[in-house]
Design a protein around this ligand. Structure first.
Ligand code: BDP
Length: 333
């Protein structure tokens, strides 16, 4: 089945789910299969966390509610996943905050370069009141069509390419680097001296292979899982972006669940947030080992200060509206 047909087919299924609601109850008490999607393959920390969440949900409801996982971009990229969730054709989408920024501007604060000191700082923020507040911003704004369930880790993003080792921002000059589809990221790469090119995640491998771009930027587990290490030899720990991930639920589908089921799913999602974190660090270590074994040149000894200074124009352009939130983020110890 072609992807387009599949999407139509899934939309049809979404509709059947709605009509299957018994008349005796306002909420579906019959079996419901919740479709979940991720761009990553089975076994990847985010995918595994949702698969485990599905098992718990199935056990807690005696098989009434189950999660069916569609991994590896089977339902398209994250923009498409958001659209399908908004239509109720997909119930659960695991997406990067990078893809949510264009839909909910408030979360773009997490997409600002070097906004977090490190991953631990980011974790404190998402686990605390700021994290809860931003989840609520997504859920209570009806225009999003989404209910935000929890956050997940995605480490930090680093520049890699197949031309030369990047040690200073001067080395980035002239390199075409794939960025996620959010103007903020293209501006970030341009400020660093490279040429930011917005492309879908599914196009990164072939674009590097054919020279459409010279490189990309991502965390080690994505670099390995998407086989980017086969086409990019030089990986520099720039850590310019530390972007958490989100697990969102379709608002249309959410409204068909009883308050008890909603509470159960929220609770399991909160557990998934912590479980995914453990899986994340295992995957990050394993990915770095694989990179070493594959002969990736990993550059760690860089002076980050010039990189941080170079993104000032991005802060000048976007930072003002997040100033109060950034102060609060910085205050999180
Ligand atoms: C990965 C994220 C994924 C993004 C991808 C990207 O897990 O959600 O789609 O980066 O660069 O790290 O598009």
């Amino acid at each position: 089945m072609k992807r387009r047909d599949f999407i139509k087919f899934s939309a049809g299924l979404g509709a059947t789910m709605a009509t299957a609601t018994p008349l005796s109850s306002a909420f579906a008490q019959t079996k419901m299969v919740l479709k979940a999607s991720d761009v990553h393959p089975l076994g990847y920390p985010t995918v595994e966390a949702v698969v485990r969440m599905g098992k718990k949900l199935e056990a807690a409801t005696n098989g009434r509610l189950t999660i069916q996982m569609f991994p590896s971009m089977q339902l398209g990229g994250e923009k498409e996943m958001i659209e399908q969730a908004q239509l109720g054709a997909l119930q659960i989408a695991r997406i990067s905050v990078g893809a949510v920024g264009p839909v909910v501007d408030d979360v773009n604060v997490f997409n600002m370069p070097f906004v977090f000191r490190n991953s631990k700082h980011m974790e404190k923020v998402i686990d605390g009141e700021i994290g809860d507040e931003l989840l609520a911003k997504i859920s209570t704004n009806e225009k999003t069509g989404l209910i935000a369930l929890c956050w997940m880790n995605a480490g930090s993003r680093n520049v890699y390419n197949n031309k030369r080792p990047v040690r200073t921002i001067a080395d980035l000059k002239g390199l075409k680097v794939r960025m996620m589809g959010n103007p903020l990221f293209v501006d970030t790469m341009n400020a660093l001296g490279g040429n930011g090119v917005a492309l879908g995640f599914d196009q990164v491998f072939s674009s590097m292979q054919t020279g459409v771009v010279d490189g990309a930027e991502n965390n080690p587990p994505s670099f390995i899982a998407q086989n980017h290490y086969q086409v990019a030899k030089y990986f520099t720990m720039t850590e310019h972006l530390i972007i958490p991930e989100l697990l969102v639920f379709s608002r249309i589908s959410w409204q068909k669940l009883s308050p008890e089921d909603q509470a159960l799913i929220k609770k399991l999602a909160k557990e998934a947030q912590q479980e995914q974190r453990v899986l994340w660090y295992e995957a990050e270590n394993a990915a770095i080992e694989k990179m070493k074994a594959a002969g990736t040149e990993i550059i760690t000894d860089i002076d980050k200060k010039p990189f941080q200074d170079a993104v000032k124009p991005v802060w000048d352009k976007y930072g003002a509206k997040y100033a109060a939130m950034v102060k609060r983020i910085e205050a999180v110890q």
